[in-house]
Each structure stands twice: as C-alpha cells, then as structure tokens.
Design a protein around this ligand. Structure first.
Ligand code: GTP
Ligand code: MG
Length: 138
C-alpha cells in the first residue's frame, strides 16, 4: 500500500480549512496515518523546495510557506500519490477541475492550499523530511 506526503499550506490553515480538506482526502479513500501542525523556518522551507531553487518564484514560495503554520501529513491508500494529486487538482486553481481542493479553496497559483509528493522517490524523501519511524504506525 502506497504512502504520500501532503501539506496543508498557510493560506488554508489560516482560513481554518484543515477539516474540510481532510474530508476531501478521506472521501477519496485516502487514510491520514500521520499528521502534525508545525511552523516552518525559512531554512526548512528552502530545503524542502530545493528542486525549485532556480525558479523565479522560489523566494515568494518559501516566504509564503513560513507565513503561518502548516499541517504536514502522510496519506495512505492504493495509488495514494496519484490519487492525492487528482484530489488536489491543477497547480493553478484557474485550471483545476470541479470538486478538487484547489478549485474549491485555492486563492492563486502560489497560495494553492495543498502540496502533494509527485513521485515515489519524492514521497519517500518528503515523508522522511517531516516524520520519524516512530510517528508512522501501520
Ligand atoms: P506542489 O504539490 O506544491 O509541489 O505543487 P505542484 O507540484 O502542483 O507545483 P510545482 O511543484 O510546479 O510548484 C511548487 C509550488 O510552487 C506550487 O504548488 C505553488 O505553490 C508554487 N508555484 C508554482 N508556480 C508558481 C508561480 O508561478 N508563482 C508563485 N508565486 N508560486 C508558484
Ligand atoms: Mg510539485
């Protein structure tokens, strides 16, 4: 069974949308097997998004991710990585399908409410970035 790393971003935690977003995951058959609310430092956000370091929005992205607490979580289910990205919808909410989290809740391409791992390699790296083995029960 597959696991993926999800983040409920500052624009969503600020608007108290954690429960509504979690309901979308659970309705899609994803199980929240670990979850915590944390405040990222700029260093941590920069390290987490290192793959985007050369992109013009890197500074804006990392500042945004530290602007309010985030909820980091591990979602589990059959095909969890793809399923989560389907439930999230397109990066830009203007292009997101009806019923997706980003269509319903995202404010802009930057403040887009959720992050989800985009490959098995990314999921393994991102889960280990935030959670220890002790925090991950079967
Ligand atoms: P994540 O699940 O967050 O990784 O989203 P994604 O895989 O759909 O998008 P991508 O990895 O390409 O970009 C990572 C994040 O950078 C996005 O989720 C946005 O928050 C942010 N981002 C992407 N493009 C832009 C942009 O043009 N402007 C700004 N401000 N932020 C952007
Ligand atoms: Mg991405």
């Amino acid at each position: 069974i597959e696991r993926t790393l999800s983040i409920i971003k500052p624009d969503a935690t600020k608007r108290n949308l954690t429960g509504k977003i979690n309901a979308k995951f659970e309705d899609a058959g994803l199980r929240i097997v670990a979850q915590k609310r944390i405040r990222l430092t700029l260093d941590q956000a920069g390290q987490f998004y290192a793959e985007h370091k050369e992109r013009p929005f890197y500074g804006e992205l990392t500042e945004f991710m530290t602007s309010e607490p985030v909820v980091v979580q591990v979602l589990e289910g059959e095909g969890a990585i793809l399923k989560n990205r389907e439930v999230m919808g397109a990066t830009n909410p203007a292009n997101a399908d009806e019923g997706t989290i980003r269509k319903e809740f995202a404010l802009s391409v930057g403040e887009n409410s959720v992050h989800g791992s985009d490959s098995p390699e990314a999921a393994a790296r991102e889960i280990a970035f935030f959670f220890s083995g002790l925090e991950l029960v079967g």
